[in-house]
Design a protein around this ligand. Structure first.
Ligand code: R1P
Ligand code: URA
Length: 234
């Protein structure tokens, strides 16, 4: 048992999928996993362990934003010895050629979060995904024929930003999309020597204002979820 997770020792798998939304964890457990048990309901931040094609895997909601996600990531690594952490999230695209429902592999994540800056004053430590997980996910997504982008994303501390100029400038520098947790996952993965990966589905387009319906999101999430499950099983 840790501060925010009530699982007993051994109840969480070595590989964990991390959606922001705890109900997405329930959806994944009910739709994709066999022999499932729920190991966490502290604060309603649901966590499940089951098997996918015979491989043991867990799925844990993280909540929104880096402070919340960091709590779960920290405890999964340090209290439950988790080794592979794959965020499966939504994002807003900031490139004209990145479309609604496309899948993004976050090769790296820029951030305006103070968390990392406080630990490394004066140094911009790159926040990068694990190469082997990126390669596995890329190969699996390509084999599935998904529309895929690999590159930098921006992990923002705010969902509602007045600073469109900065968002535009990030886009001009090749950043693909905005979300709120990848940089913290990559930072803590590097800090504790484990493997982190972020997969995102484009749920809305910040430049055009387009957005998905809940039905569309669910179907596209399935593609991303399958890529994540197969990536950690490989
Ligand atoms: O869909 P999730 O995984 O929650 O990810 C995105 O959605 C939330 C904002 O609506 C933030 O957590 C952002 O990172
Ligand atoms: O963090 C997020 C997630 C989805 N869409 C956004 O614009 N931002």
């Amino acid at each position: 048992m840790s501060f925010h997770i009530e699982a007993k020792a051994g109840e969480i798998a070595e590989s964990v999928l991390l959606p922001g939304d705890p109900l997405r964890a329930t959806y994944i457990a009910e739709t994709f996993l066999e022999d499932v048990s729920c190991y966490n309901n502290v604060r309603g931040m649901l966590g499940y362990t089951g098997t996918y094609k015979g491989n043991r895997v867990s799925v844990q909601g993280t909540g929104m934003g880096m402070p919340s996600a960091s709590i779960y990531i920290h405890e999964l690594i340090n209290d439950y010895q988790v080794k592979n952490l794959v965020r499966i999230g939504t994002c807003g695209a900031i490139q004209q050629d990145v479309n609604i429902r496309d899948v993004i592999i976050a090769q790296a994540a820029a951030t305006d979060s103070a968390m990392i800056r406080k630990d490394f004053p004066g140094i911009d430590l790159p926040q990068i995904g694990n190469f082997n997980l990126i390669k596995n996910a890329y190969d699996i997504a390509t084999d599935k024929g998904l529309t895929l982008h690999v590159g930098n994303v921006f992990s923002s501390d705010s969902f509602y930003s007045d600073d469109q100029a900065t968002t535009n400038k990030l886009g001009q520098h090749g950043v693909l999309a905005v979300e709120m947790e990848a940089a913290a996952l990559y930072y803590l993965s590097a800090k504790f020597g484990v493997r982190g990966l972020t997969l995102l589905t484009v749920s809305d387009h910040i430049l055009t204002g387009e957005h998905t319906t809940s039905q569309e999101r669910q179907t596209t999430f399935n593609d991303m979820i399958e890529v994540a499950l197969e990536t950690v099983a490989k």
